[in-house]
Ligand binder design. Structure first.
Ligand SMILES: NC(=O)c1ccc[n+]([C@@H]2O[C@H](COP(=O)([O-])OP(=O)(O)OC[C@H]3O[C@@H](n4cnc5c(N)ncnc54)[C@H](O)[C@@H]3O)[C@@H](O)[C@H]2O)c1
Ligand SMILES: [Zn+2]
Length: 356
């Protein structure tokens, strides 16, 4: 798949075998690898990578900072990096965000290859060219647009993901395929058992559909000024769950919770029929594995967090809602008490599904 970005077009390929050393021949390079991924694939995928060309990164939100990005830049300076030299990032969204930011600011941009290792990064974040860092108490508040030159997806990485991280990626897969209409929901329902058991063929099918769907939005509106905003579906509520749980709920699982909340509000407004709502709920609750806490479903806490949303225009709340005709709409008039009722409803749903 080719993605057209404002300054270049880049390739996303599915690799049946992977050796990072193949990206390094004849060039100065630096590999930024997720520490856990390196430990699991040291003798295979990373075989032949010199220690002095390797930075191991501890992929936790607390490290997604400007200091980490500058640390990578410092290392680039020490080995006299030029614009034509290559950063190779191997990891999930955290490694992508920090190393992509560094690749962008050093020398106003160096060559960058990204090898996503989580399902979330493979099916979603690897394309679209956003790099984000956390700053003060704000998540993703610093950032740039900078696309990799090449993305290589190697499905084997999925096998070592924890259940929480795997389901997090599956939440994004579900979101894209539901949004994509054309019976994306029906296909997910048919294949959910295969997806839950990490069946590679099923995963690849939905992963390619997810990327193709996202491609249309990012090519049309790379800088997130209009239609790309629709990809925020489930995210305003999702970000609030991440924030109130202090990131105990991983991103994609928070998106699944956010998707259910958005649909409850749509159905309470009469724009989403109940049958569709319950089909989506039934699917999405299966994608929640982290222990949940009653306090995270508090109206005041969630609304306070939603008020920090970058896309909010007025005192009321903004979100993307899904409709019975399978279209999406951005609304800017959500009242806090609508969110409160939806929180009560999702809480009951999660209790009756043994998730709380
Ligand atoms: N730039 C973007 O467009 C974009 C989009 C969505 C999310 N994000 C960001 O991505 C981050 C979340 O990323 P994520 O969910 O991909 O994961 P992550 O980078 O947070 O990693 C999650 C965990 O999985 C481990 N891990 C990664 N790959 C593994 C593998 N193959 N086997 C075993 N363990 C592995 C990591 O060490 C870590 O413990 C958030 O910070 C979010 O803000 C960025
Ligand atoms: Zn997301």
């Amino acid at each position: 798949m080719k993605i057209q970005s404002y300054c270049k077009s880049y390739d996303v390929s599915i690799c049946s075998a992977l050796k990072i050393s193949e990206f390094t021949e004849g060039e100065n390079y630096l590999v930024i690898a997720d520490k856990a991924v390196y430990a699991a694939y040291k003798d295979t995928v990373f075989h032949g990578i010199a220690d002095d060309r390797l930075i191991l990164f501890d992929a936790v939100e607390e490290n997604k900072t400007i200091e980490s990005a500058l640390g990578i830049c410092k290392r680039m300076a020490e080995i006299s990096f030029k614009r034509s030299d290559t950063i190779i990032s191997v990891g999930g969204g955290i490694v992508q965000d920090v190393s992509g930011f560094s690749a962008n600011i050093y020398n106003r941009g160096v060559k960058w290859i990204f090898v996503p290792t989580t399902l979330l990064a493979q099916c979603d974040s690897c394309i679209g060219g956003k790099t984000s860092l956390n700053f003060l108490s704000y998540k993703n508040i610093l950032g740039t647009f900078y696309a990799p030159d090449q993305i290589c997806i190697y499905m084997e990485f999925i096998k070592t993901l924890s259940a929480h991280d795997y389901l997090s990626g599956l939440g994004e897969v579900a979101k894209f395929n539901i949004m994509a209409a054309h019976d994306g929901l029906g296909l997910l329902e048919q294949c959910i058992d295969k997806l839950l058991s990490r069946d590679t063929e099923a995963l690849l099918f939905f992963l390619e559909r997810s990327l193709s769907f996202k491609k249309k939005f990012i090519e049309q509106d790379e800088f997130d000024k209009n239609v790309r905003n629709l990809l925020n579906f489930a995210h305003t509520f999702g970000h609030a769950f991440e924030s109130v749980s202090h990131y105990a709920v991983p991103h994609g699982q928070a998106v699944s919770l956010g998707l259910i909340i958005a649909n409850i509000i749509s159905s309470n407004r009469g724009i989403l029929d109940n049958q569709l709502r319950s089909r989506i709920e039934k699917l999405c609750v299966q994608l929640i594995s982290v222990p949940l806490n009653r306090e995270w479903f508090d109206q005041e806490k969630i609304v306070t967090s939603m008020k920090k949303d970058k896309k909010r225009r007025s005192d009321k709340l903004t979100a993307v809602l899904f409709k019975t005709d399978l279209t999406l709409e951005i609304v800017h008039d959500i009242e806090p008490n609508e969110v409160g009722s939806a929180l009560d409803e999702i809480y009951q749903l999660l209790v009756s599904s043994d998730k709380i």
